[in-house]
Design a protein around this ligand. Sequence first.
Ligand code: BTN
Length: 329
Amino acid sequence: MSEHNSTKLQIINLLKKRGQWVSGESVSRLLGISRAAVGKHVAALRAEGYLIQALSRRGYLLKAEPDAININAIKKSLATRIIGQGQWYFLEKTPSTNTQAALLAMEGAPEGSLVLAGLQTEGKGRKGRGWFSAPRGIHFSVLLKPPMPARRLSLLSLLACLAVQKTYADLSGLDVRIKWPNDIIIGLKKVAAVLVEASIVGGEVEWAIVGIGCNLNSTYEEFPENLRVSASSLLQETGKTFSRNLVYKELINNLDFYYCKLLQEGGEPLVFEWKQKSDIIGKELRLTAGGQVVEGKALKLDQDGLLVIADKTGRQHQMEVGDYSEKEV
Ligand code: BTN
């Protein structure tokens, strides 16, 4: 073992043994290295996935060890009919799992195929916005081929939100809500989000990619400053860390449950459940649709998953969730 690696191991062992804050001064004295060297080793350990908090007056605290994604273990733990029954790809680092999954779809990959990433460098959000992929989180996309018209695409986003909401609520015991159209929130903070992209042929869905990003084990400081007021993670909300393999298992099982329900029973039961987990109905909103701003009261979610809002003249507008492109037949 190189000297560098053995010092890193000594630091980890020390932090583990203490199980509480250890001052930089103590680490430096016990290991016979400078404070600057301690800082460098801690940075290297963080890059390997250790979650080490640092505070100037208190020193270092080990909050979590690397949580490697184990595809075989996740696969074995699933009880699904469609999702996870196609091809699996794990990429340590990729620009966007949605982009990768779309490439697979164009190559004819089967329904239920999955692309999982350790980290995304250019995660995509709705309306061309970016998505910050928090470290030690979940970033993945599933390929679906539902036999449905494009106008029902919002149902895919809705079912993915239901699956994430259930997973977060079961794991944390907290009041987790769905914020229309595609966010999962705890209190006022966003802890996960969904992005559905699809290929449409002759008004029908040819394939759809459901991308899900979950903030799991990231700290306040790890979010960019401009997101710190609006974003959070399960770690921040509960003080506990969550195994990514366990969250993948629960989430993929839940996704499959809601997707099979949609195929068998249609959108109505999903819309019913969604209404209980979201508090948008009755609220005054200001939304942009097709470049136009619509202001009005949220009346209901219709059977296709579209939000119906009434403007002040009483005219009703149906608002979609999905971002999709019309393809020439
Ligand atoms: C949003 O904030 O509007 C949606 C964000 C969705 C992020 C997920 S992370 C996995 C998948 N890959 C992407 O590039 N985006 C989605």
